[in-house]
Write a protein that binds this ligand. Sequence first.
Ligand SMILES: Cc1cc2nc3c(=O)[nH]c(=O)nc-3n(C[C@H](O)[C@H](O)[C@H](O)COP(=O)(O)OP(=O)(O)OC[C@H]3O[C@@H](n4cnc5c(N)ncnc54)[C@H](O)[C@@H]3O)c2cc1C
Length: 465
Amino acid sequence: MPKLVDIVLVGSGIISTSLAMLIHILEPKWVIHMYEKLPDVACESTNVWHNSGTGHAGYCELNYTPKLSNNSIDISNALKINKLFNLSIKFWSFLAKNNILNYHNVIHNIPHISFVIGDNNVNFLYKRFNKLIKYTSFNNMQYSDKFSELSKWIPLIMSGRSKLQKVAATKIINGTDINFSEITRQILTFLRKKSNFHLHLKHDVINIINKNYYWNIYVKNNNFNYTYMISAKHVFIGGGGATLLLLQKANIINKNNYASFPISSQFLLSTNYDIINQHWAKVYSTTINNYIPISTPHMDARIINGKKILLFGPFAMLSTKFLRYGSYLDWFKSIKINNIKLILKTGINNIHLIKYLLNQSLMSKSNKINLLRYYYPKVNPSDWNIIQAGQRVQIIKNNTNHDEQLVFGNEIVYSSNRSLAAVLGASPGASTSVSLVLQLLKIMFKKYNYYHSDWKNKLKLILSS
Ligand SMILES: Cc1cc2nc3c(=O)[nH]c(=O)nc-3n(C[C@H](O)[C@H](O)[C@H](O)COP(=O)(O)OP(=O)(O)OC[C@H]3O[C@@H](n4cnc5c(N)ncnc54)[C@H](O)[C@@H]3O)c2cc1C
């Protein structure tokens, strides 16, 4: 048997990194190898410019509180996301207390605002507010439909708007803007000082083969252009959008059951500091196309590298790349004889979604600006530039009754002996990464009795932080 390392992690995004950090805390002597195909860490979806940086806590995202057919509002998802987000905050606070993370450098308080226009939407927002305000995490939520008050909350959005227009908003002042790549980078800076943690940049994991009690991982060293093998007791595939390609190679999923649907995104970035300085909130609104939750651009004030930034987006578009720096062949490589039926069926059943994404892909800058005008009536196109953001790869799966389903959440998949696991899917994202990683620990290590009282005590300490 070859010499085994304890765990190999594919990818240096926030999910792999958080898992590496927790494993190091729980088992400080374990040998951990992390492989990243790019020359630097956290350069894909986790990169600060590739996502919206919203600490999703259910405060402002209206798609977490859908209106049901009986006209009531289901707030359960908002409450759940809020709980999961708080786990992340506890973990990051623990890291800050232990001087691993500079909390105030990476997490900024910013109001989270839901803004709506029109009678129906205003009624919906008021009902939603009355339901959420009863819960402790939401009890400082404010509601207003007064033009003068809203002009103080969101001056840019209210300026140039008719006073006759029916508008309303809710506001929570303790929302957050988060630099997920800086969190990842700071954790990895700490781990890289440990002699038993090894980060390999420009190393592409090209194959993973099951050897029953361990895994052989084939890695291409792109610094020197050669391939080698490493063996590990455990493997986590945190390859972001490209995870499916490796899962298909590792042969642990039923290939009939999974396919992927990549969506790329762009933001409008403001370059005018007069405008940037007038807006300090993350403003979400109703879903423009009810079908996909990611189809609602929002207006996000952000702090990036100490500088105030204003973004509008993301605009979702059709793509065949699984990663921002991936290949246009990615999606084609994931099509196998086994899953082609599933892909075709999903395509036919979701033709309106494909048309919608195609429309978005063909949207000119001036059409994007028109959408922004809904939020910001006085927008001047020359103040805004288009920038490319990250890829979001949704899962297509066959349910047990063989109905195809396009999944907008994420799903952990794992080998039958639980020694290899991966995360497929895209949302709700980095904000809830810690709960995802806790689930991964439970799945991957319970069987081997690692998930014992010592781990439980350590985890309790971290999460009571
Ligand atoms: C437009 C957009 C907006 C978003 N907004 C938010 C938001 O506001 N709030 C939020 O919480 N989340 C948001 N998200 C989601 C969030 O960014 C992601 O969920 C999160 O960053 C995913 O992290 P990850 O570690 O899974 O993947 P990634 O950050 O994509 O990392 C995967 C890594 O694996 C590497 N890799 C892949 N294949 C291999 C291989 N074979 N060998 C070696 N390395 C490999 C890649 O190079 C990459 O570095 C957004 C995403 C997008 C695209």
